[in-house]
Design a protein around this ligand. Structure first.
Ligand code: IPE
Ligand code: IPE
Ligand code: MG
Ligand code: MG
Ligand code: MG
Length: 293
């Protein structure tokens, strides 16, 4: 798998900081425990990696994007906790462990998600982050837009509405671009912005983010059918059982793989302008499409 050493390096940086963000002194210890349970269960840390790599491509150093990386991982983790709830995908296994609501109950799982989402904005507004205030506001806007009713949350609603129903390809693309693509794009854009990306550089990052965002969910759909529960750390064939609208279900396996590959090529093309500084983004795009979990 390409550049895993770099992914490991990024993981160490973000995990150290996440540890620091969650001191055990919160007023409700059970809530703190539930938040940490899901956050620290592992996970690929792809969104932090994208934020760091985009920051580097734009000319910054990874540490410039550290609050972005932490915030994105907190928001992503919240989305997983809620995604697994009985009212949504009703899954029992996540990141190799019982899902949050299986351990802490539904009420705490909902609130742990709420806590993680909100704390993400505490991190982004921290006075310790030395970044011009206008840039910080743009970053908050990028992240909230990607996560909210115009982004991931909208996609989750569309996903649920199309469960068990015949779905047209263009609708499926909209579902995937929102439920997964928007937050991944936000990771790239907010990381790039932390590194000073503007104008054409910012737009190249947007194109890259949108392409890998959709490719990521196509790969996730493919893996639901082709990887084992052990490899995934979540139950395989879960989409199949629920009749989810997925790329393999609607276009077939071969066509789905082809689509992911085209998106990969387009993403790589979009960051060609960065030369060697964009190499990690290229490797991450390959990892997203070729991963086994
Ligand atoms: C899973 O995301 C949810 C989707 C958007 C498909 P990841 O595959 O990034 O999950 P972790 O963070 O590695 O657990
Ligand atoms: C999840 O999509 C997108 C989120 C916003 C969490 P899935 O429902 O396909 O993610 P998994 O397969 O459960 O990780
Ligand atoms: Mg889901
Ligand atoms: Mg799910
Ligand atoms: Mg899935």
């Amino acid at each position: 798998m390409p550049t895993l050493p770099k992914l490991e390096h990024y993981r160490e940086i973000v995990d150290r900081e996440l540890e620091r963000c969650f001191s055990p002194t919160l007023p409700a210890p059970r809530l703190a425990e539930a938040m940490r349970y899901s956050l620290k269960a592992g996970g690929k840390r792809i969104r932090p990696a994208l934020a760091f790599a985009a920051c580097e491509a734009a000319g910054g150093i990874p540490e410039d994007a550290l609050p972005v990386a932490c915030a994105l991982e907190m928001i992503h983790t919240y989305s997983l906790i809620h995604d697994d709830l009985p009212a949504m995908d009703d899954d029992d296994l996540r990141r190799g462990r019982p899902t949050n609501h299986k351990v802490y109950g539904e009420a705490i799982a909902i609130l742990a998600g709420d806590g993680l989402l909100t704390e993400a904005f505490t991190v982004l507004s921290s006075p310790e982050w030395k970044i011009p205030v206008e840039r910080r506001i743009e970053i908050v806007r990028i992240v909230s837009d990607g996560a909210g009713a115009n982004g991931m949350v909208a996609g989750q609603v569309l996903d649920l509405e199309h469960e068990g129903k015949p779905t047209e390809e263009r609708t499926l693309e909209q579902i995937h671009k929102h439920k997964t693509g928007k937050l991944l794009t936000a990771a790239v854009l907010a990381g790039g912005k932390a590194g000073g990306a503007e104008g054409k550089v910012f737009e190249a990052l947007r194109t890259y983010g949108e392409k890998i965002g959709l490719a990521f969910q196509i790969a996730d759909d493919i893996l639901d059918l082709t990887a084992t529960t052990e490899e995934l750390g979540k139950d395989s064939k879960s989409d199949l059982k629920k009749g989810k609208a997925t790329y393999p279900a609607i276009l077939g396996m071969e066509e789905s793989k082809k689509r992911a590959k085209i998106l990969l090529d387009e993403a790589v093309h979009a960051v060609g302008r960065f030369g060697p500084r964009g190499e990690t983004l290229v490797s991450l795009a390959r990892f997203i499409v070729e991963r086994r979990a």
